[in-house]
Design a protein around this ligand. Sequence first.
Ligand code: GLA
Length: 360
Amino acid sequence: MKSFEDVFGRAPDLTAEAPGRVNLLGEHTDYNDGFVLPTAIPQRTRVSLARSAQPHSTVYAQELDEVSRFTLDAPPPEQFARYVWGCLKVLQARGVEPPPLELHVASDVPMGVGLSSSASLEVAVLRAVRALLGAAVDDVEIAQLAQRAEIEHAGVHCGIMDQMASSLADTSRALFLDTRSLERRLVELPTGCAVLVLDSGITRSLAGSKYNERRSECEQAARALGVASLRDVGDAAAVEGLPEPLRRRARHVVTENARVLRAIEGVSAEEFGRLMNDSHASLRDDYEVSIPPLDELVRLLQQQPGVHGARLTGAGFGGACVALCDAARIDTVAPPVLEAYARAGQRGRVLVGGVGGGQR
Ligand code: GLA
């Protein structure tokens, strides 16, 4: 594990950090102008930086033990460095000119499981450069710039949930966000509840290609319904006349938005859990972004005493599952679930063992 000092031979000018996130409800709604309900996780990406005397920037990734050197004129070949480069490019386009930098990136956000390691890297880089230059960029704009970096320079046509969560959420409450207006508020989890996140052990293989396919199906459905986006469909019955698969895709988005709006009305733990279970069924049957191991892990969680509800979280096709648990019993949930999952031939692990205060 090399520190900034080990790599660059001196102390950094400053360090900034940003968390990963887990989404509790509102999946595949953000690119439909809809509602989401993520919360931050304790794992964070930490970016230390200093101005460089060289004409190029150098970035070192601690977990990968890799170095990349680049100027803003051409993207670096290394994937991790491309996120950093993308952030510097969007800042430049915004009129904030980053000087050549020395950057050290350290992160304990698990990668490739749907907990937004890339958003946390982007937000941490943008925060670090903002602090270095004293740039007047607020936290919402940091999220918008991070999303632009992801779309324009990492090639994922994502919504804004992950970056807004990394920039604005904390680990004790959930962030209710209207992705159209960006209006938001922090909401408490039901009393006595905490959040457990388990990795299914399955890499999200189809996530990129199917993500873009679902996104375009939603756009087709909105066009067929004569609305700007599926957010504007208030009544689930309105989608019934659409041809398949657009009917089921649109039905997921419309019902999922309704579930988020219901969940923030101060419902009980049981009802919040039911909304999560319904969300999983909808993602599996209507949106078709689940896979059998995720269904199995969710089923095992849903049957476990102390669990109010569970669902896949993130884009799908692998990655993590999230459960709303009794905070007092959360430590007893994962071991039997992971044992049964292992008997079914899969290897899972605990990613987050209890965030959320449940103070309501
Ligand atoms: C990924 C994207 C988000 C969102 C989710 C699905 O995490 O980056 O914008 O669309 O998938 O809810």
